[in-house]
Ligand binder design. Structure first.
Ligand code: AMP
Ligand code: MN
Ligand code: MN
Length: 319
């Protein structure tokens, strides 16, 4: 399908990360080079998050308004279900109803197989790895602009190659050989924040709670980022709080509750190794991976924390 299609629309999940957007842009550039009309988009937010702008080296990303109502060929990347496409989710049914194809490229265990062709490998470290396999099948040249996107997705989804096999490092080596500068690629993604981030961290981490007896006695640490705390900061500044909180030694599970709208808390959940927080998120209406998941709850903060705490009591054990 991808070898012949004259018009391809690629969608990353809402609030795209480097794996979702990098995978879409990498595949998009390759298809554009062989003459297809290609656009990459995502349901939210309106513009490419600042930290990801270095991935779109060719300007292939378009706003939601420029995505056709009925794309002839649709590819969804790094999205486990239709609702992860946000306002662009309606393109899935529209394309299928018109006789078009919907290709799902993803690595989430919880993937619902919502495409007409589903390439889902939950053993893949990142969707970027699946895209690299597709590019090789297509005989596409994997040069720096493409490799940079794949490297960004691979590095971030493996927490900088800590969840990795020898093959992961071999893939990384291939991408670096293609010209990727690891530090220049990862610094805007992982190590760059405005000064206001420091004050937000002080407030948010200062208010964190440790519950040693929660999470089946394995420990639960949580913190809230209220709308006022996040004022003037970027989504990626708020999303990075979980990576600090999760280093708490006394807690198997960490959660950051982010106030994304009034009475709306988007929760990032992380486990170290022993509890399946993907199942916890799913039981609350969200999803993700066993050790990293998310869900959006519509209620007050106390109720949101209570819901997660209580769901953790019945979380599947991983050993
Ligand atoms: P985050 O905490 O936003 O970094 O998300 C961690 C993981 O959970 C990622 O793999 C996301 O794709 C997934 N995830 C986050 N929120 C949701 C949701 N509402 N539904 C399904 N998967 C989610
Ligand atoms: Mn993702
Ligand atoms: Mn991913």
């Amino acid at each position: 399908m991808l070898a012949d299609a004259p018009d391809v629309t690629l969608l990353a999940h809402v609030n795209p990360d480097a794996d979702a957007l990098g995978s879409a842009v990498a595949l998009g550039i390759a298809l554009q080079r062989r003459g297809a009309t290609v656009r990459v988009s995502f349901g939210h937010p309106a513009a490419v998050p600042e930290s990801l702008r270095g991935l779109d080296s060719t300007g292939i990303v378009v706003p939601v308004e420029e995505v056709p109502a009925v794309p002839p060929l649709l590819v969804a990347l790094d999205a486990g279900s239709v609702d992860r496409l946000g306002v662009l989710g309606d393109r899935v049914a529209a394309t299928a109803a018109a006789g078009g194809e919907v290709i799902v490229l993803d690595h989430h265990v919880s993937n619902t197989r919502f495409g007409t062709l589903n390439v889902v490998d939950d053993k893949a470290e990142a969707t970027a790895v699946i895209v690299l396999r597709v590019l090789d099948e297509l005989g596409a040249l994997v040069d720096e602009p493409i490799a940079r996107c794949l490297y960004a997705g691979l590095a971030t989804d493996t927490r900088c190659f800590r969840v990795a096999t020898g093959a992961t490092y071999a893939t990384a080596a291939r991408l670096v050989e293609a010209g990727v500068d690891p530090d220049a690629t990862l610094r805007p993604l992982l190590d760059t924040h405005p000064f206001g981030w420091m004050g937000m961290l002080a407030t948010v981490l200062g208010g964190a709670s440790l519950e040693p007896d929660s999470a089946q006695g394995l420990g639960f640490v949580h913190a809230a980022v209220r709308a006022a705390d996040a004022e003037g900061l970027r989504g990626e500044d708020v999303d990075s709080v979980i990576d600090i909180l999760r280093t708490t030694r006394e807690a198997e599970v960490a959660a950051v509750f982010k106030e994304t709208a009034p009475a709306t808390w988007t929760v990032s959940l992380r486990a170290i190794a022993r509890l399946d927080v993907g199942a916890v998120a799913e039981s609350l209406g969200g999803g993700g991976h066993r050790l990293a998941s998310g869900v959006t709850l519509h209620c007050g903060l106390k109720e949101a924390v209570d819901q997660v705490r209580s769901a953790l009591e019945s979380a599947p054990s991983l050993r």
